[in-house]
Design a protein around this ligand. Structure first.
Ligand code: NAP
Length: 475
């Protein structure tokens, strides 16, 4: 019998009386748990609890919030193996990447603990204008209120951490809805936050369909903000429905990597393998489009194919596994269809392309054109395309020819070209001499164009999650 879970609402674990949602291991389709499905009444109860939680957070000084966050970080590290197992089983992420995610989440909470202590306002020089000279001015940053967080399946702990940790650091309360396919990691995190001493109601968990539960959260006027990570289509819908709430959107991409002549190909290859195929390419900053200078194109492709063939595809719980399953058979079929379309339009499969159980082999394409889905849409699968270029300007044009703008990676030894790319590309982050998949959790992170709105990275998320209150004192 699979374990039946409860959800945390207002400091109590509830949900025995509710319908259950099955949580399935995407690798072998085994039932790994049953979670309570939120009703409209439970959503309302969670928001009422979050109101009380917000009052409790307001009464919790910064040093205490910092202590709770630091303790949570320690507890995540204590239980990281268990957490990695949960992530591997519910999200299909290979164990080596799952444990890395657990460790990164601990760091996200540690950064939040540091920021909780240092989040403050600033002086405003009132004598900069003759109108206000003689006055004294400063602003405070105050918590925005109840935050609704809606999260995707692909980083079930760290992307939740990127919402929960800064929200609590800034003194807010939350109602969190994880992806329906991956709720167990959040339930574990909720247990750890409770153990760390989080006040009742500061974190409330709702599990259920985005279209129903997510929609009800987005429409509710009592929430001050929605912080969403997921697909652009859902993000658009959320923004349209959210009314006057603050909304931040962390959405998708088809991230480019440029490899200029003279770049260290071995280094680029080893990083492109990770960036293209980790978590079966189901990463918002996966390497999807690689543009390689024609002078080293053949050499790069040969090395890239050889390194990709070494990857171990299979059970994510196997410590040697590199590539686990796609999140669902629906997504697997969609990826295979896009591959077929690319092949029909003339693309060549350099390696991979086959299905192994619920996994898709890591796949490299050449001979692609910009109109193929694998190039112009977010592929979100272990499929990467390699394209030659003749001039750096041409590479920048191709990299930027996207509706997305999350991060770009540029391998070059020429500082002038690096700055040309930094100035030119319409993206939220330019990563020089590494892949676009590079991220550490305290850097500002987010996208332009269809890749989103607002920034995460603990301090930057806290800015989004607070209101400025200006104080002018007429002396
Ligand atoms: P998704 O289908 O958009 O789902 C994300 C979350 O939104 C889930 O909790 C989902 O609930 C919920 N949802 C669905 N429809 C909703 C609605 N109408 N109203 C409110 N909530 C709704 O995305 P996903 O497949 O889980 O994740 C993949 C996407 O996330 C990719 O596009 C990827 O690039 C993006 N992503 C972006 C970042 C970033 O930082 N930029 C990071 C990771 C992932 P259900 O699970 O119940 O459908």
């Amino acid at each position: 019998m699979a374990k039946r879970y409860r959800v945390l609402i207002g400091g109590e674990w509830v949900g025995d009386d509710l319908e259950g949602i099955d949580v399935i291991n995407p690798y072998d389709d085994a039932l790994i748990g049953v979670v309570p499905e939120a009703t409209a009444e439970l959503v309302d109860r969670a928001i009422v609890a979050a109101r009380a939680g917000f009052r409790a957070m307001a009464a919790t000084p910064a040093w205490k919030r910092a202590e709770i966050l630091e303790k949570t970080s320690e507890l995540i590290l204590r239980d990281r193996e268990e957490i990695a197992g949960i992530i591997a089983q519910e999200a299909g992420k290979s164990w080596k990447f799952a444990i890395a995610e657990a460790e990164r989440s601990a760091e996200t909470f540690r950064f939040a603990s540091l920021e909780a202590r240092s989040d403050h306002g600033a002086m405003v020089p009132m004598d900069a204008s003759p109108v206000s000279a003689g006055r004294f001015g400063f602003y405070l940053r105050e918590p925005i209120g109840i935050i609704g967080a809606i999260t995707p399946f692909n980083f079930p702990m760290n992307l939740v951490a990127h919402k929960v940790a800064p929200a609590l650091a800034a003194g807010n309360s939350l109602v969190v809805k994880p992806a329906t396919k991956t709720p167990l990691t959040l339930l574990k995190l909720a247990e750890l936050l409770e153990e760390a001493g989080l006040p009742a109601g500061a974190l409330n968990v709702l599990i259920g369909s985005g279209r129903v539960v997510g929609d009800q959260m987005v429409r509710d006027e009592r929430l001050a903000m929605i912080t969403f990570t997921g697909s652009p289509a859902v993000g658009r819908g959320i923004k349209a429905l959210a009314g006057l709430k603050r909304v931040t959107l962390e959405l998708g991409s088809n991230s480019p990597t440029i490899i200029d002549a003279g770049a260290d190909l071995d280094k680029a290859v080893s990083r492109c393998v990770v960036g293209s195929f980790a978590n079966s390419g189901q990463v918002c900053i996966s390497v999807q489009r690689i543009f390689v200078h024609r002078s080293c194109y053949d050499q790069f492709l040969a090395k890239f194919v050889a390194a990709t063939k070494q990857l171990v595809v299979g059970d994510p719980m196997d410590r040697r596994c590199d590539i686990g399953p796609m999140i669902s058979t629906v997504e697997l079929k969609r990826a295979l269809q896009w591959l077929d379309e690319a092949k029909d339009l003339g693309a060549t499969v350099e390696t991979g392309g086959g299905q192994v159980g619920n996994c898709l082999e890591p796949t490299i394409l050449s001979g692609v054109t910009p109109d193929m889905q694998v190039m112009c849409s977010e592929v979100f699968a272990p499929i990467v395309s390699v394209v030659p270029f003749d001039t750096f300007e041409q590479a920048l044009d191709m990299a930027d020819a996207s509706v997305y703008g999350l991060q770009a990676g540029i391998y070059t030894n020429d500082i002038n070209k690096a700055f040309q790319a930094i100035r030119r590309l319409d993206v939220g982050g330019v990563i020089i001499n590494d892949i676009p998949t590079f991220r550490v959790d305290h850097m500002p992170y987010g996208g332009n164009k269809e890749s989103g709105l607002g920034r995460e990275g603990v301090r930057y998320a806290m800015e989004e999650m607070t209101n400025i209150k200006m104080v002018c004192i007429n002396l």
